[in-house]
Design a binder for this molecule. Sequence first.
Ligand SMILES: [Zn+2]
Length: 341
Amino acid sequence: MSDRLALQWFDGQTAAAHPVVAWLADGQLHLQGESASRSYATAAVVWPERQRHGQRQALLPDGSVLVATDAQAWDAWRAAAGHQDSTVVRAQQSWRGVLVALALLCGLLFGTWRWALPWAADHAATWVPADVQQTLGEATLDELDARWLTPSQLPEAQTEAIRTRFAASVARAWPDGSAPPWHLVFRQGGKRVGPNAFALPGGTLVLTDELVALLADAPDALQGVLAHELGHVHHAHGLRLVARASAAAAVAGLVFGDATWLLSAAPVLLVQADYSRDFEREADAYALTLLHGAGLDATQMALFFDRIAARRASEDEPELPIAISSHPSDAERRARFGQVH
Ligand SMILES: [Zn+2]
C-alpha cells in the first residue's frame, strides 16, 4: 500500500472541489473523502504525463477528475507507489535520453551514407548500359592522356604479342567465354605514372611501356597484372567507385541544388579515386583464377611486388590512385600469390 496523499477530487458534474485522501493498493486507486469512499482500477485511470510545471490531473473512469496542486508531492507519491512513467516521457525528461535519441539519429544518417548509398550505387553500377560504360571509359582515357600519359613507344609486334598472349590466357582460364570484353592499350607512363596498369569502365586496360620493361623477364607476372585489372572490370569496380561518389554527390546536389557538374566530373573522379581493399582482394582473386586456370606461374607476382615497392621507396611523385603501382602490396597480397597450387 502506498502513502496517503491529500488531493482534490472533482465529480465531473459540478465545479466544487472535494478534498480526498488517495492511496494505491492491490491494483486499485482508493479515494476517501468526507462523505464517501471510492475505488478505481489503476489500469483504468488516465494518469497524467509528468511535466516540469503545472498541476497534475488524473482522469477517472467515471468522468471525475483527481487534481494535485502540489506536483512534486504527487510525483513522489507515484514514484513511491512503484509507478513508472511511459518510456517516452522518461526519455524526454532526461538529457541522457535526448543524447541517445540524437546518437540514434546520427547513426541512422551515417548508416544511410555508409551502407545504403554504396549498396544502391553498387546495384546501379551493374545497370549502366555498355555504351555508357564505353563513353565513360573513353572520357577517362582522354582525361589520362591529357594530364598523365603519352603515346607508347613500344614496337607494334611487341604490343601485339602481349595482347595475343593475354587473349590466350583468358580463353584458357574461362573457356566458357564468361570473361568480360576487354581492350588492351599501351601508353608511356613517364616520370609520374611510371610502370603501371589500370582498368577503365567498358573494359579498356591500360598498360605502360615502363611496366612492360619492368616485367620483361617475368611474362607471367605481366599476365597476372592484366588479369588483376580485368578483375576490376569484371566486378565493375571503376563504375562502382564513380557511382558511390556520384550517389553522395547526387544527394549533396539535391541538398545544394546543383548536380550538373557530376557528368563532366566523373572521369576526373575516377582517376582520383582509390579502390577499397575489398575491391583489391576481388581483383587479386580474379588474377589468381587466370594464372592458375591458364597454367601460368603465379609466384612471379612476387617480382612485381618487389620491384614496385623498391620504386615507390625511391620516389615521391604523386601516383594515380587507381593504378596498380599505388595498390598496397602487403604481406597478405604477397602470400596470396605465393601459394602453390
Ligand atoms: Zn587493383
